[in-house]
Design a protein. Structure first.
Length: 278
């Protein structure tokens, strides 16, 4: 298990979450969401940076890492992802998928989907439970060996040159139990993910219309700007938004283009967008 992503408990937004001691037998059904550019390159709960193009996921309670099979119950699509982060902390969502995973499940446009999550082998066990399992395996190994050691052995004698050699050792060695290392406490997860789409506000026909996507990292915003400029052949702009966020502005030729541009933004990992008139 991860040394940094598996505290016994942690608190986010005033709510305490408990990490499960094992992934064995885990199965749940609920709402999945996804995250992309907003968190691309940022540190995950397990340590490595988040890569939106890898098949990964965030879960509130499964040991890190755990491999799970996620099935979209709305279309039957299924993939295997690696849980390496904590979340989602929005409503009652049960899992937050990377952009690549959400694309495989065909849920980018809608943003959420009803899914089934099933943990796969090899199951993960946190140190406390792993140590208990190791001790239990050691006891079973001893029980298997003790009857053989307790049997009366035939006395050994020197063999002559003509005597056949007989093996009088009957006991089998006990299996060695592997003890798990103890993982230190991790810092509480602070990032909140939101994938719900904002409804566009009504605008005047006389104003210029834009679809505005919000991105946290400046470099990511520049990459989206370049891709959309090439795809749409128009002047896509990047500006400062609220706080530390950056906004990608895509000009619309008419209101009917808004849905298509919003879908293009979502396909590039920008899940939060809105329409404005300027």
């Amino acid at each position: 298990p991860s040394r940094s992503g598996n505290p016994d408990t942690y608190v986010v937004f005033g709510r305490r979450y408990r990490v499960k001691e094992t992934s064995e037998g885990h199965r749940e059904i609920g709402t999945a969401s996804w995250y992309g550019w907003d968190f691309h390159g940022r540190k995950t709960s397990s340590g490595p940076p988040f890569n939106m193009f890898e098949l990964t996921a965030a879960h509130k309670s499964l040991p890190i890492p755990t491999y799970v099979r996620v099935t979209n119950l709305e279309n039957g699509r299924s993939i295997v992802v690696k849980v390496n982060d904590r979340g989602p902390f929005v409503g009652e969502r049960i899992i937050d998928l990377s952009y690549a995973a959400a694309a495989r499940l065909d849920m980018l446009e809608h943003g959420t989907a009803q899914v089934e999550v099933v943990a796969l082998e090899p199951y993960q066990y946190l140190p406390k439970l792993a140590a208990q399992r190791a001790k239990a395996q050691e006891r079973l190994a001893r029980r298997a060996v003790e009857p053989a050691l307790g049997k009366e052995r035939t006395p050994l004698r020197l063999a002559s040159n003509t005597d056949p050699v007989k093996n009088n050792l009957r006991a089998k060695p006990a299996a060695k139990a592997q003890l798990a290392s103890v993982a230190p406490m991790a810092k509480p997860v602070k990032n909140q993910r939101e994938t719900a789409k904002n409804r566009p506000a009504p605008v005047s026909k006389s104003n210029a219309l834009y679809v505005v996507g919000t991105i946290i990292e400046r470099n990511n915003a520049r990459q989206v700007q370049t891709r959309l400029s090439n795809q749409l052949q128009r002047n896509v702009q990047v500006g400062s938004g609220k706080g530390q966020h950056y906004e990608v502005r895509v000009p619309l030729r008419n209101p009917g283009e808004a849905r298509q541009v919003t879908i293009r933004l979502a396909s590039l990992g920008v899940s939060r967008s809105r329409i404005i008139a300027d």
